[in-house]
Design a binder for this molecule. Sequence first.
Ligand code: ACO
Length: 320
Amino acid sequence: TKFAEITGWGKCLPPAVMTNDDLATFLETSDEWIVSRTGISERRVSHVGTSELATVAARNALAAADLDPNELDLIIVGTCTADELIPNVASKVQQNIGSKHAAAFDLNAACSSFLYAMHVATQGIKTGAHKKVLLIGAERLTRILDWTKRESAVLFGDGAGAMVLEASDEEVGLLASHISCDADARDVLSLDFGSSFDRFNFDGIMQFDFVGQEIFKRAVKGMSAAVDKVFQETGMTTDDIDALIPHQANKRLIDFLGKMCKVPSEKTVINIQNYGNTSSATLPIAFAEAADNGIIKPGDSIMSAVFGGGLTCGAGLIKW
Ligand code: ACO
């Protein structure tokens, strides 16, 4: 069996910063409310499309892996804010980076998309179907947000992260993963563009509809169950974990998850204060940042746990 080694990683964070105080100039909210309830202090706002953010993150990851884009055989983009419905973001990235021999598709499991994509790509490499895969999580959520709704406008930000996976004989990469979907909870988080396609306008505003506390409960339950399954499969315990990289949706939720999984806070990677919730991009951005800052090191065992609309959940053990 081959393993799927992470040979490159990269990110793209648009330079424009919107602080909580900026939001409070046009919404009935405050820095104090946002920080205490979510842990978010500021977020990035992009003036370019999701595929452009994805392309920059991809170029950085390819450069880190020192890989010619023509060697890629698969590109997967996790996103729920594609620039167009057809063609997908992955094909735009493929065109931008000049990659000629890859299959390319988008994957939407909301905020869980990147781990879902990693799970799929790793299976593809293990079976021998693929050898060099580019994975991206990219979102431009600020374009579709309703800026008059304080419940949702304060939570999200834009950004992208990427990884290159390559077939390897060494026992590294995503060694175990468990993904799930609690479809009975489909209604607790939705982003609806209307009941008919006539009302659909990609340049328009979409309504986030969510029951925050219900998501909170179900997300903690789903993620801790997935983490337990991964521990069972690998025979590892909390003591073997060097870092926890959770989806960045709420700092309180991250703290709660850390306690449930018994991972000390100093081993938990948190950057939500700077970027808010960038949906599918939170995991690869956090990985890239932690790698660049030396918070995670080659040889480390990293647990990741994610959740998103669906309600999708997942956990994965990455041996770096
Ligand atoms: N500023 C000031 N007040 C606000 C704001 C705001 N931006 N937003 C809501 N409020 C008010 C509400 O109107 C409410 O007022 P009321 O008590 O007078 O009715 C009060 O604050 C409390 O609102 P709640 O929604 O109960 O606040 P809660 O503590 O649950 O925090 C949050 C909301 C942050 C969304 C939390 O439930 C959460 O993080 N949930 C899990 C993650 C989540 O749902 N993320 C969004 C979906 S995307 C994803 O994560 C996959």
